[in-house]
Write a protein that binds this ligand. Structure first.
Ligand SMILES: Nc1ncnc2c1ncn2[C@@H]1O[C@H](COP(=O)(O)OP(=O)(O)OP(=O)(O)O)[C@@H](O)[C@H]1O
Length: 628
């Protein structure tokens, strides 16, 4: 596996030795004013895993052939193959009986398995190893999670239990007024006590949060919970969620214990309160995804196999609609239905099609309008001008708004990159304020951010396979590749380099389109005259890269003319609506940020690159327009 999520005790924790050296432990509070302890976190001094290949892929045909060859009975389900469990019953020696319950689910895409009876899970290789053990008469032992993960889950269970015990059923609050106000705050005035009771929703007064429990589907013990509180800014209301365990280990399909064996129709919602309301109003079986429209973890698919019809009800915005379409592919299109077409028709005309807006780069919004799925952005700039630093912040900005992001950093290692990002995230040098480190690291770990563990030259096929895997596993919608030169591969050195590059660009283009995933690809410029600014034609290689790209961004670095350290960002191609132009970037060395608050929008829109260059020559070759 060549992917690393930033999660507790893993990647981000490994940043710490870089900042202060040595191990640490901590006891962080769950949120200001909220009771409960996240407990001790252990940190290792080791570094990120060394580069390894992608997960060995297995096709569904191979899986079927293997099961037949091994005499293992199976049903062909929607997303999984179903077999009797290897981990229950009489153990080794005996062939698996077709009359046993089919509680083991093999993911058709990855070959990973989950036994819903014992919660044993593992890779396709683990499955084969366990079949082998049975042949030798040994009772298979479920592959164990690492000690670190076990400890984290145990701690989360304990913390969840403490909170759960302090939380009250909403209707047991002391006074009627408080109940009414609380329900109104969460928009659930119409939800009855019976519904709240059925779903086991409680209220934690001290944290002014609703509490949604995660019960084990096996034995109904509490595995974790989600807290939701309301934040009001003016007339805008936002719901803030926190989970135990942390988001990427929080795999609760909320409502699962209420599903009967015979239920065959389901409404799958993006959040818990929708599941409640829909169940109450339509009487249908409902489940809520643990992270809303942002992802559908494949480990949840086995629990959805029993449904013949699934209606995806993730939200009414375009992002939810796009997510629903991708989730439907995982769930099998033939049983899914989405929001009505007319609703989508209305959305097409709204602002939303322009994509996710950058919070730190308003000028980029004015030109590109936003970040959209399925596009290819090419980014270039002179050597050492700050390309990686800029793209790090540009991608972080989107990631902070829930865009699931995968980084392929082939030039600088992931620890260095994560350190740059963490500095940009915190907006300060944490080396100087170590007391703030824990808080920022905790928040950073919550981002939907993943890293490929490749370093140095890589074969494009391996990289594309890894990206494909990540899209399936983590619903990645933005991949950053830094940079193209590392994909040209040794084997291409003898052939035409331009043809090799065209091939690689074509492969990324196809990936972006096929997976409705945005790719930002950094490409070095060709050797240029230092005195001249870069243009689209300066991108290394043939014209293919700029033709295939939807957006071309150039980091202009004209130190000699415009004074020390001045950089400009030029949008030289914009397929979405054609606006091109240039705006200055203010760099702060302390926060490694290009979005310094001092920066006033001095955006200059241009009709085309030629006009842009001509204009600058008229203005004395200053490298960029200074006009407002
Ligand atoms: N605007 C800027 N002003 C001054 N220093 C900067 C600026 N942007 C980045 N830097 C610093 O310059 C160094 C190189 O930055 P970075 O690695 O992002 O450049 P790059 O263009 O990706 O390099 P390469 O061409 O080698 O891939 C880093 O130490 C970074 O902190």
């Amino acid at each position: 596996m060549a992917l690393v999520p930033l999660r507790p005790g893993r990647a981000a924790s490994r940043l710490l030795p870089l900042l202060c050296g040595g191990a640490r432990s901590k006891g962080a509070s769950l949120s200001p004013g909220a009771p409960g302890r996240l407990g001790q976190r252990r940190y290792k001094k080791d570094v990120l895993p060394s580069p390894d290949g992608p997960a060995p892929s297995v096709s569904i045909t191979e899986i079927r052939q293997y099961l037949r060859a091994e005499d293992i009975p199976f049903h062909d389900g929607y997303s999984c193959l179903h077999t009797p469990s290897l981990f229950t019953g009489d153990g080794g020696g005996q062939p698996l009986s077709a009359s046993a319950p089919f509680t083991l689910f093999i993911d058709k895409t990855t070959g990973s398995f989950l036994c819903t009876a014992t919660l044993a899970e593992g890779t396709w290789q683990d499955f084969q190893a366990n079949v082998e053990l049975r042949h030798r008469g040994i009772t298979p032992i479920p592959p164990a999670s690492s000690e670190e993960v076990e400890e984290e889950m145990r701690q989360a269970r304990e913390d969840a239990r403490c909170i759960w015990e302090r939380a009250l059923p909403l209707w047991e609050l002391l006074d009627e007024k408080e109940i009414k106000e609380t329900k109104a705050l969460f928009g659930i005035s119409m939800v009855t006590d019976a519904t709240l009771k059925r779903f086991g929703v409680r209220y934690l007064r001290t944290a002014r949060s609703l509490v949604f429990p995660w019960f084990s589907p096996q034995n109904a013990t509490l595995k974790g919970l989600k807290l939701v509180r309301v934040e009001k800014k003016g007339s805008t209301i936002t719901y803030v969620e926190e989970t135990l365990p942390r988001f990427d280990s929080y795999r609760n399909l909320f409502g699962l214990p209420l599903i009967g064996r015979r239920d065959t129709e389901l409404v799958l919602t993006g959040w818990e309160l929708d599941a409640l309301a829909l169940h109450q109003s339509a009487g249908v079986a409902t489940l809520a995804l643990p992270r809303g429209a942002s992802c559908l973890p494949p480990t949840l698919l086995p629990y959805l196999e029993q449904f013949k019809r699934i209606t995806l009800w993730l939200g009414e915005d375009l992002r939810s609609w796009e997510a629903a379409k991708l989730f439907a592919r995982k769930l099998s299109l033939k049983r899914c239905s989405l929001l009505r077409e007319e609703v989508f028709g209305e959305l097409v005309n709204t602002e939303q099609v322009s994509g996710v807006k950058w919070a730190r780069f308003p000028e980029l919004n004015k030109l590109l309008k936003g970040h959209r799925r399925g596009e290819l952005t090419i980014f270039t700039g002179p050597t050492g001008s700050g390309k990686t630093t800029f793209i790090s912040e540009y991608a972080l900005d989107l990631c902070m708004q829930g865009v699931c992001t995968l980084w392929g950093s082939f030039e600088i290692n992931n620890v260095r990159l994560a350190k740059i990002m963490l500095t940009q995230f915190a907006g300060r040098r944490l080396e100087d304020q170590l007391e703030l480190y824990d808080e920022w690291a905790d928040r950073f770990e919550e981002l939907p951010l993943y890293f490929m563990t490749f370093h140095g030259q890589q074969n494009i096929k391996t990289v594309i396979d890894t990206m494909q895997h990540a899209v399936y596993m983590y619903d990645i919608t933005h991949v950053v590749v830094d940079n193209l030169q590392f994909m040209m591969g040794h084997e291409h050195l003898s052939v035409d380099r331009l043809a090799a590059q065209d091939y690689v660009v074509g492969a990324f283009r196809k990936f972006a389109t096929d997976n409705t995933c945005h790719i930002t690809l950094i490409i070095h410029p060709r050797k240029e005259d230092d005195e001249k600014e870069l243009q689209t034609a300066s991108i290394f290689g043939s014209a293919k890269a700029s033709q295939e790209a939807d957006n071309v961004l150039i980091l202009q670095d004209r130190k000699l003319v415009t004074g020390p350290g001045k950089r400009y960002l030029q949008v030289s191609k914009n397929r979405f609506d054609g606006d091109v132009g240039i705006f200055p970037l203010e760099f702060s060395k302390a926060s490694l940020s290009f979005s310094s608050s001092k920066s006033k929008a001095r955006l200059k829109k241009m009709k085309g690159e030629k006009e842009l260059l001509a204009n600058k020559t008229v203005e004395g070759g200053s490298g960029a327009s200074k006009k407002p």
